[in-house]
Design a protein around this ligand. Structure first.
Ligand SMILES: C[S@@+](CC[C@H](N)C(=O)[O-])C[C@H]1O[C@@H](n2cnc3c(N)ncnc32)[C@H](O)[C@@H]1O
Length: 260
């Protein structure tokens, strides 16, 4: 079971999306335990002030250090990892999702408004960004990360191997996938996938994953994982060629039929 606490002044921005579908089911199954802590509950003035104007001028308001500090302190245990959602942090990746999925307790801290007082940064164990763009707050960023981590937890899926063949798992994008019907608007599912020949299907998927990665994300091919996958691919290339032949033939046939 992974315990995840989110420090946020806007819990509804996460509670809705994370209560649905697979993450919602993971909570019901006790795989994920999700809690929200509002830093506003840790303010001491009668207006429960959470933000204030930045020193030195500048637009907007900043989240005050003390309520965040106290909210984090109320949650932190020995095995906790405190993660600040921040545009200046390391970019979130599948590799990081995997690391976080092995932890026992994650605390996501959501900045809002113009961000948070610099002095509270040392309370964080890591700062993580979703990418080079600015969100209104860390809530959606936290929701995205919690989603990605939850699907890696044992027990989230009945068959955990659904996550194994996915994009980024071996440094490559995922191979194209098809479902019924076998022929859709004249477009046929590659024959090799109907063959039932496990080895040939695996080799075909590897080959296609490599092709797609070269086309869409050549930058990924420099990782050691991807290089390993590429070596496997060249060994299996012969098998793929054989497997692909009938598929190409059928595709040509279907094209002719469609033209008629
Ligand atoms: C409007 S942003 C503050 C941006 C800040 N003034 C800056 O220029 O870097 C408010 C909060 O949203 C969250 N946030 C914004 N963009 C993000 C991103 N790309 N990744 C993760 N969190 C982000 C952070 O928690 C941030 O403190």
């Amino acid at each position: 079971m992974l315990k995840v606490d989110v420090v946020t002044a806007f819990p509804d921005m996460l509670a809705g999306p994370l209560g649905q579908s697979i993450v919602g089911r993971a909570q019901k199954a006790g795989v994920l335990k999700l809690g929200f802590t509002n830093p506003r509950d840790f303010t001491e003035d009668k207006h429960h002030t959470l933000d204030d104007r930045p020193y030195g001028g500048g637009p907007g308001m900043l989240m005050k250090a003390e309520p965040l500090y106290r909210a984090i302190k109320s949650l932190r245990k020995k095995n906790s990892v405190v993660i600040l959602t921040s545009p200046r942090g390391q970019t979130f990746t599948q590799a990081l999702a995997k690391k976080l999925a092995k932890k026992k307790h994650l605390i996501f801290v959501c900045g809002h408004y113009e961000g948070i007082d610099e002095r509270v940064y040392p309370e964080m164990d890591m700062e993580v960004s979703l990418g080079d763009f600015i969100l209104t707050g860390g809530e959606l960023a936290s929701a995205v990360m919690i989603d990605a981590v939850t699907r890696l937890l044992p027990g989230t899926f009945k068959k955990q191997d659904v996550t194994v063949s996915e994009s980024f798992e071996d440094g490559l994008l995922e191979a194209p996938q098809y479902t019924r019907p076998e022929v859709w608007r004249g477009k046929r599912v590659p024959q090799v996938l109907l063959s039932g020949h496990h080895k040939q299907m695996e080799a075909w998927k590897r080959e296609k994953a490599l092709e797609l990665t070269k086309k869409y994300r050549p930058d990924l091919l420099n990782t050691s994982q991807a290089k390993k996958a590429a070596v496997n691919k060249s060994v299996k290339k012969k098998a793929v060629k054989t497997a692909d032949k009938p598929a190409a033939k059928t595709a040509r046939k279907t094209k002719k039929q469609t033209k008629k």
